[in-house]
Write a protein that binds this ligand. Sequence first.
Ligand code: FAD
Length: 114
Amino acid sequence: MDDGDAIRAEYRDLLLDDVGTHTGLDLRERIVVEEDFCVSDFAARYNAAEGSALGFAHTLRQTGPLRPDHRSSALDGLYFTGGYTRPGIGVPMCLISGEHAANAVLEDFARVDA
Ligand SMILES: Cc1cc2nc3c(=O)[nH]c(=O)nc-3n(C[C@H](O)[C@H](O)[C@H](O)COP(=O)(O)OP(=O)(O)OC[C@H]3O[C@@H](n4cnc5c(N)ncnc54)[C@H](O)[C@@H]3O)c2cc1C
C-alpha cells in the first residue's frame, strides 16, 4: 500500500490540474480546508482488506452471482453479508445482500427445527 506523502501529492496535482484544464479554474488558490484519504486509510479506519474501497474487483468471476456466498463453506452457522458477497457493492446491493443472508439463516434454522 504505497500511498505515502509523495504519491498523494502527485495525485493531488494530477487532480487539480485536470479540474483546471476542464474548467479553467485553479482551485489551489481557493482551498480553505483540505483532507486526503487513500488506500491505507481505508485499511486503518475500516479494516478494509488491502485497503480496497469497493471490495473485490469486478472481474467476471467476482461479479454478481459469482461473488462469495452468504454461507461460510468453512464453518456451519457463519454467514456473510455486504459488498464482498452477492450481489455486490453499492448500498442497494448491500441491502439485498442482507436480505439474502437473513433468508439463508431462516432457511437453515427452519431445517434444523424440522
Ligand atoms: C468513496 C465511495 C463512494 C461510494 N458511493 C456510493 C454511492 O454513491 N452509492 C452507493 O450505493 N454506494 C456507494 N459506495 C459503495 C458503498 O458505500 C459500499 O458498497 C457499502 O457501504 C458496503 O457496505 P458494507 O456493509 O459491505 O461495508 P461497509 O459500509 O464498509 O461497512 C463495514 C463496517 O464494518 C466495520 N468493521 C470492519 N472490520 C470490523 C471488525 N473487525 N469489527 C467491527 N467492525 C468492523 C467497518 O469499520 C465498517 O463500518 C461508495 C463507496 C465509496 C468508498
